[in-house]
Design a protein around this ligand. Structure first.
Ligand code: GLN
Length: 524
C-alpha cells in the first residue's frame, strides 16, 4: 500500500485501534443494516404486495443485488482517481437514504392472483428507481469505506488484520439486528415501515460519518482537490459532474433492472428463456475481465507471479458458484420459511424474513473460532491451501442444502418442517462462508501481483455480483405456482435443494482433485 497513515499518538486510540476504525465500523454497520433488512423483505414484498410471480421475484432479487455488487468497481475507480473515499462515502450514503426511503412508498397492493395480479404501476416504477438508487449508492459507499479502514494503519501495522475482523463484525451486527427488526416490522406492521426504518438508520449512519470524518486523519481525501474543483464541462466541476453522473447512472440502472431480451428463434440457446439485460451485461463484463487477465499474463511477469495469479483467478471464478448457491438464502430459503415451515420456537413465532438473521448470527459466533483456529493449524502444518479451503467451502455449502432437502422430505405431522432444520442448515452454510469469504479477501492481497491488487479486489466483488445473478436464475427452479399446496411445495423445494446439494458437492470434489495441480503452480 503506497499511502500509509501518519504515526498517531497511541493515547488517541480507542481499545487499541484508531478512532477512525469505529467511524467506519458504524457507517458500514448501518449501511449493511439497511441493505440486509431490505433484502430480507424484498422477495416477500415483491410476491405478496405487488404479486410478482416467484420467477420474476427471484430474477429481480438477483438482478438488483448483482448490480449492487458490480457497481463498487466503478465507485472504487472514481474515488481513487477523483473524489477520494470520504466524499464518495457521503455521496453514496445520500443515494442510499433516498433509495431506502423511496422503497417505503408502497402504493396499493396488487389485486388478483400471484403472477397475474393488477399492479400499482406507478408504485412499481418508484420501487425500481429506489432499487437503482440503492445499487448506485452501494457502488459509491461499500468499496470506499473498506479502503479507508486499510488506510488507517501503516503498511506494517500488525493491527491491520484485527482491524478488518472488527470491521467485518460490524457488517454482520448490522445484518443481524436488521433481519430481526426490519423484517418483523415489514412483515407484521407494514412493508413501508420496515423500508422506512432501513432508510432512517442509514441516515443516522451518514450523520455519524459526517460528524466523525475528522478522525479519518486525512486518509480519505481526493487525490487532487484543485483538479476536482476546477470547471470541466459547461462550467461544471469534475466533482459535480460525478454527482450528476451518479443520478444519470441511477436512471440507467432503473431501466436496466426491468429490461429483458427475447432471443426469438435463438431462445432455445438460452434454455427457452428471456434473458435479463443484467445477465447479458454480466457475460460481457466477465469476458472482458478474462481478456484483461490473459493479456496481463503475457506482460512480462515471472513464472511464480503467473502461477499465483492463475490460482487466484480460479478461486475468484469458483467463488461465483459459491455465492450463487449461498444467496438462495434470500430467495427460496425465505420462501420456504414463509410457506412450509413451523417457525415457532421458545413460544415465539419468528417471521420468514427474520430467519435470515441466522446467517449473520453464525458469522458473529464463528469468526473468533476461525481467527483462533487458522494460526494453530498453521503451526501444526495442517493449514489447508487456498484451493482446498475453497473446496471445503463448496462442500459445506452443498451439505447445507442437503440438510434442507432432507427436511423437506421429512415434514412433521402438520405437514410443515421445523425451524431447527434451518438453524442447522445456516450453521453448515456459514462454516462454508468462513473458509471461503474472509479467506478469499486474504488470497487476493497475497496472491496478486502488486500492480493488479485493486483490480483483482474489484474482480472479487464482481464475481460476487455474478453469484447474485446466478442465484436469481437458479432460484427460478424453485418457483411454486400460486395454487400449489404445502405438500407439493415441499416436493419442489426438496427436489431443487437436493440438486443444489449435488452441484456444491460435485464442484467441491472437482476442486479437491485440482488442488495438487493448483498448488504446483505456486511452487517455485
Ligand atoms: N456478507 C459480506 C458483506 O455483505 C460479503 C458479501 C460478498 O462478498 N458477497 O459485506
Amino acid at each position: 500500500m503506497s499511502v500509509t497513515a501518519p504515526a498517531v499518538p497511541a493515547h488517541q486510540d480507542v481499545l487499541g485501534h484508531p478512532k477512525g476504525l469505529y467511524v467506519c465500523f458504524l457507517t458500514e454497520m448501518w449501511e449493511r443494516f439497511a441493505f440486509y433488512g431490505m433484502k430480507a423483505l424484498l422477495f416477500l414484498y415483491l410476491t405478496k404486495h405487488h404479486l410478482f410471480s416467484d420467477t420474476d421475484g427471484y430474477l429481480l432479487l438477483g438482478t438488483y443485488a448483482g448490480l449492487a455488487y458490480a457497481l463498487p468497481l466503478l465507485g472504487g475507480i472514481l474515488a481513487d482517481k477523483y473524489l477520494g473515499m470520504r466524499k464518495a462515502v457521503v455521496f453514496g450514503g445520500i443515494l442510499l437514504v433516498l433509495g431506502q426511503l423511496g422503497m417505503a412508498y408502497t402504493g396499493h397492493a396488487a389485486s388478483g392472483i400471484q403472477g397475474s395480479g393488477a399492479q400499482d404501476a406507478f408504485a412499481v416504477q418508484v420501487m425500481y428507481f429506489a432499487l437503482a438508487l440503492i445499487a448506485v449508492g452501494v457502488g459509491f459507499l461499500k468499496p470506499n469505506i473498506s479502503t479507508i479502514v486499510g488506510r488507517l494503519y501503516a503498511s506494517d501495522d500488525p493491527r491491520r488484520d484485527s482491524g478488518f475482523t472488527i470491521f467485518y463484525m460490524g457488517i454482520n451486527v448490522g445484518a443481524f439486528i436488521s433481519s430481526i427488526v426490519v423484517a418483523w416490522i415489514g412483515e407484521t406492521i407494514g412493508w413501508g415501515y420496515g423500508f422506512a426504518l432501513a432508510g432512517v438508520m442509514m441516515g443516522l449512519g451518514l450523520v455519524q460519518f459526517i460528524w466523525g470524518q475528522r478522525h479519518l486523519m486525512g486518509q480519505a481525501e481526493p487525490a487532487d482537490t484543485a483538479l476536482l474543483r476546477s470547471p470541466w464541462i459547461a462550467g461544471i466541476s469534475r466533482e459535480w459532474a460525478i454527482y450528476l453522473g451518479g443520478f444519470v447512472l441511477a436512471a440507467v440502472v432503473w431501466q436496466v433492472l426491468q429490461t429483458r431480451i427475447d432471443f426469438g428463434p435463438l431462445s432455445s440457446l438460452v434454455g427457452g428463456h428471456e434473458v435479463t439485460l443484467t445477465e447479458l451485461v454480466a457475460v460481457v463484463l466477465g469476458a472482458a475481465l478474462y481478456i484483461w487477465f490473459i493479456r496481463l499474463m503475457f506482460s512480462g511477469i515471472t513464472r511464480a507471479e503467473k502461477g499465483g495469479m492463475i490460482m487466484l483467478m480460479v478461486l475468484i471464478t469458483v467463488s461465483a458458484l459459491f455465492w450463487g448457491l449461498y444467496e438462495q438464502t434470500y430467495g427460496p430459503w425465505v420462501a420456504m420459511a414463509d410457506r412450509v415451515m413451523d417457525r415457532t420456537t421458545f413460544g415465539v413465532e419468528w417471521t420468514a424474513g427474520q430467519t435470515t438473521a441466522l446467517g449473520a448470527l453464525f458469522v458473529i459466533a464463528l469468526s473468533p473460532v476461525f481467527a483462533w483456529l487458522w494460526p494453530r493449524l498453521d503451526k501444526a502444518r495442517l493449514n489447508p491451501s487456498y484451493p482446498a479451503k475453497f473446496a471445503w467451502g463448496l462442500v459445506f455449502c452443498g451439505l447445507a442444502f442437503g440438510v434442507l432437502a432432507f427436511a423437506a422430505a421429512n415434514p412433521g405431522s402438520d405437514g410443515r418442517i421445523s425451524l431447527w432444520w434451518m438453524v442447522l442448515a445456516y450453521f453448515v452454510l456459514v462454516l462454508g462462508e468462513m473458509v471461503l469469504s474472509p479467506v478469499g479477501l486474504a488470497a487476493v492481497t497475497s496472491l496478486s501481483i502488486p500492480r493488479a491488487v485493486g483490480m483483482m479486489m474489484g474482480a472479487w466483488f464482481l464475481f460476487s455480483a455474478f453469484g447474485e445473478i446466478i442465484a436469481g436464475r437458479m432460484g427460478t427452479w424453485a418457483q411454486i405456482p400460486p395454487d400449489m399446496d404445502a405438500a407439493g411445495a415441499l416436493l419442489v423445494y426438496g427436489g431443487v435443494f437436493s440438486r443444489m446439494m449435488w452441484i456444491g458437492l460435485a464442484a467441491g470434489m472437482l476442486l479437491f482433485l485440482a488442488t495438487p495441480l493448483l498448488k504446483r503452480l505456486t511452487r517455485n
